[in-house]
Design a protein around this ligand. Structure first.
Ligand SMILES: NC(=O)c1ccc[n+]([C@@H]2O[C@H](COP(=O)([O-])OP(=O)(O)OC[C@H]3O[C@@H](n4cnc5c(N)ncnc54)[C@H](OP(=O)(O)O)[C@@H]3O)[C@@H](O)[C@H]2O)c1
Length: 257
């Protein structure tokens, strides 16, 4: 039986990965901060699918939190075959409105944790000549959208570069770039979603199904859903200034301006 470790497993996209991977018969290591919620989820998944689900409570915005998950990923006696670096969040406000501590916490969770956890997992995977890493980025990686978009652009570049370096090693790395997904993300950040048209919302379970297909195909970049593939194609052709105007304010403002 194989084991998958998912960060940010308790809600939204991470919870959808946990459901899908448990359904497929993987044992799970569930990572997030809310310990009670983690235990509840582990019990549910165990009872429903008969898999082993263990929990690791860790705050990936802290050194101790990252180190604890690194240690679990480096445990050669209990290898992790699939890592999903999914934990993440949004900060409300434009540049200069967001406190520096919140910007730095975002870089720690979205970039430093992803770098260190990927590396901790991939070392053993390369020795075993098998394994996979899904790093959850965003379509925001391709448009000007503050520190959030910049951090997700880093995730895409890092993941595709590492995938290239590891080609032929038996280890697959893929950056997953969702569009808007109905999760706790926007509510947690206090972001309004009224100006996001209904057709732009994706379902987390369908997103994960598409991502798993792309991983099986050996893609290093996954943009699930034809609507977003088309949008990202158009975005490549649009001038940066136009894109910035269209995308950078959605949900990020403190009030009407
Ligand atoms: N929803 C969207 O529209 C959307 C679009 C594109 C990309 N994404 C990306 O998808 C990923 C998942 O987001 P989501 O939409 O599923 O959000 P969500 O429903 O808010 O879930 C976020 C998960 O991350 C965990 N988490 C947050 N901060 C953490 C920290 N410091 N340390 C450890 N765990 C932490 C949360 O659990 P605890 O609070 O218990 O720690 C929760 O399990 C993020 O990387 C996000 O940037 C989301």
């Amino acid at each position: 039986m194989t084991t998958a470790l998912i960060t940010g497993a308790t809600s939204g996209i991470g919870a959808a990965f946990a459901r899908r991977l448990a359904h497929d018969g993987h044992n799970l290591v569930l990572v997030a901060r809310d310990e009670k919620r983690l235990h509840r989820q582990a019990t549910e998944l165990h009872d429903l699918h008969g898999i082993e689900a263990s929990v690791l409570s860790a705050d990936l915005a802290t050194e101790e939190g990252i180190a604890a998950v690194e240690e679990r990923l480096g445990d050669r006696k209990h290898p992790v075959d699939l890592l999903v670096n999914n934990a993440g969040f949004g900060n409300k406000g434009e540049y200069l409105e967001v406190p520096m501590a919140d910007e730095l916490a975002m870089l720690k969770v979205h970039c430093e944790a992803v770098l260190r956890l990927t590396t901790a997992a991939v070392r053993g995977m390369r020795e075993r000549r098998r394994g996979g890493v899904v790093n959850v980025a965003s379509v925001a990686a391709f448009v000007p959208r503050g520190t959030y978009g910049a951090s997700k652009a880093w995730v895409v570049q890092f993941t595709q570069g590492a995938a290239r370096d590891l080609a032929g090693s038996g280890v697959r790395l893929m950056a997953l770039c969702p569009g808007f997904v109905r999760t706790e993300f926007h509510q947690r950040a206090g972001m309004g979603t009224d100006n996001i048209p209904g057709w732009m919302w994706l379902d987390a379970d369908k997103l994960v199904d598409a991502a798993m297909k792309d991983l099986a195909r050996g893609r290093s970049l996954s943009i699930p859903d034809p609507r977003y593939k088309a949008l990202m194609g158009a975005a490549k052709l649009a001038p940066r200034g136009v894109l910035g105007g269209l995308t950078s304010r959605t949900g990020r403002k403190f009030g009407p301006k």
